[in-house]
Design a protein around this ligand. Structure first.
Ligand code: GDP
Ligand code: MN
Length: 419
């Protein structure tokens, strides 16, 4: 009798402990479970998850095989007859109205210098375009001195006025905290970082109107910590101008769908009221594609989330200053989506440049080798520094983030014949 009671007690303790462990385990994973339920990783009523998952890996493999094949083809520079190479004598060189542009914090000095190093050695010492450095705070003397020593062109250090940078007063802070909580649950990166929201908003709708940038037409955005792997011997700004391009990119990715749930619906609302701004050769098919990551398109309410990664971009600021783009981003801004969600400047730029102008204005710089963690563009370019493996994209588990093949399959002949 005694031993039976003992056994019972043991069993009860064991059972209780197991229960506690399982329950706390589930509780710990509750966020992840909820995330899977709502983000389409588990079956939901309107989404054929099982069917999609069985095809997903094949689609990704197929895309990466195509990507690999393209990146392994040798490229040196665009095959157009109008490239302008570095002049013998820079004193007489008629530059395009262009600048290199970096938004940066004082504490990023070391990584900013690293980026300047390859921008200079691969491109700018041959052309000596000016630089503009922007900051929401005053640059320190140390920052200015160290940068000035490293650049070949003229250099401007500028602060951004608070009006354009800071979160507007009318943002409803209760709604904002509520929305941040939800985004955190879905692991949206930087959801609770106000300065990141400000940065994305500024790069989406402010930078091209900065007083210093008013004087320039083209910009090449670059970022601290990035690396350029190939020698660029032609003037990329003159390439843009001579070939009627307004936006150039190197890497194209899918976005975090929970960061832009209402970006597309707000865009549709805007163009319903302003249909005249939509170009007849807009890239609708690319913007709404749902082959590789249909769960993203669904959560982003119709937008594929496919975008040009904006930490490298060469663009024509006159496009961003146009009536169409200006009115559209003002509409977006008025919804508060830069704070109630975490709209990135990359999807905003990408939607803008593919909706309000002919898609042939967008150029994929296939010849430029580039790295910004954790993604590469590593072309088979005889002028590469050999520091990345040709065709390398990222860690294998990130292959499904590559959206480039969609763009290539939907690009114009003009673009496809560039290399
Ligand atoms: P990520 O690449 O999306 O992780 O974002 P980054 O941290 O690289 O930020 C994008 C760009 O904006 C970089 O050039 C940063 O230096 C810059 N940046 C981000 N936040 C701030 C900020 O609060 N102030 C300033 N001045 N620059 C910022
Ligand atoms: Mn970055």
């Amino acid at each position: 009798m005694v031993s039976l009671t003992k056994r019972f007690t043991k069993l009860a303790i064991f059972g209780g402990l197991s229960f506690i462990l399982t329950a706390s385990g589930l509780w710990l994973y509750w966020d992840a479970i909820q995330y899977m339920m709502t983000s389409g990783k588990l079956p939901t009523l309107d989404f054929q998850f099982e069917e999609f998952m069985s095809k997903h890996d094949d689609i990704v493999d197929d895309m990466m095989t195509k990507y690999d094949k393209i990146m392994k083809m040798e490229v040196k520079e665009p095959s157009v007859g109008n490239l302008v190479y570095a002049p013998e004598n820079l004193a007489d060189y008629q530059r395009e109205n262009a600048t290199l542009l970096m938004l940066v914090r004082n504490k990023e000095l070391i990584t900013a210098l690293q980026a300047i190093e390859t921008v200079e050695s691969q491109f700018n010492h041959k052309f000596q375009y000016p630089y503009v450095f922007l900051n929401d705070k005053e640059f320190t003397d140390k920052f200015k001195k160290s940068i000035t020593e490293k650049v070949s062109g003229q250099v401007f250090f500028e602060t951004i006025d608070k009006e354009s940078w800071d979160r507007p007063d009318w943002i409803d802070s209760a709604k904002e905290s509520e929305r941040i909580k939800v985004m955190r649950k879905y692991n949206v990166g930087y959801a609770d970082k106000l300065s990141y929201h400000n940065m994305c908003r500024y790069y989406s709708r402010g930078f091209y109107n900065h007083p210093r940038l008013q004087q320039f037409k083209y910009y090449w955005r670059f970022e601290p910590g990035t690396h350029y792997h190939t020698s660029i011997d032609y003037d990329v700004f003159k390439f843009m101008s001579a070939n009627d391009k307004t936006y150039g990119f190197v890497i194209s990715l899918y976005d975090i769908e929970r960061s832009i749930e209402t970006l597309w619906p707000e865009t549709i609302k805007f163009i319903e009221q302003n249909p005249q701004f939509v170009d007849k050769n807009a890239a609708w098919d690319w913007l709404t594609e749902k082959k590789q990551n249909p769960q993203k398109t669904r959560i982003a309410n119709g937008y594929s989330t496919c975008h040009f990664w904006s930490n490298f971009e060469i663009g024509d600021m006159d496009f961003f200053r146009s009536e169409a783009y200006t009115k559209w981003v003002d509409h977006l801004d008025a919804t508060g989506g830069f704070y109630y969600e975490r709209w990135g400047d990359a999807p905003v730029h990408s939607i803008g440049v593919t909706l309000f102008q002919d898609r042939s204005k967008v150029h994929w710089f296939r010849d430029i080798g580039y790295y910004h963690a954790p993604y590469y563009q590593c072309p088979n370019n005889p002028q590469a520094d050999g520091k990345c493996k040709v065709g390398k994209f990222s860690f294998p588990n990130l292959s499904d983030q590559n959206c480039l093949i969609n763009w290539i399959e939907m690009a114009t002949d003009n673009e496809l014949n560039m290399y």
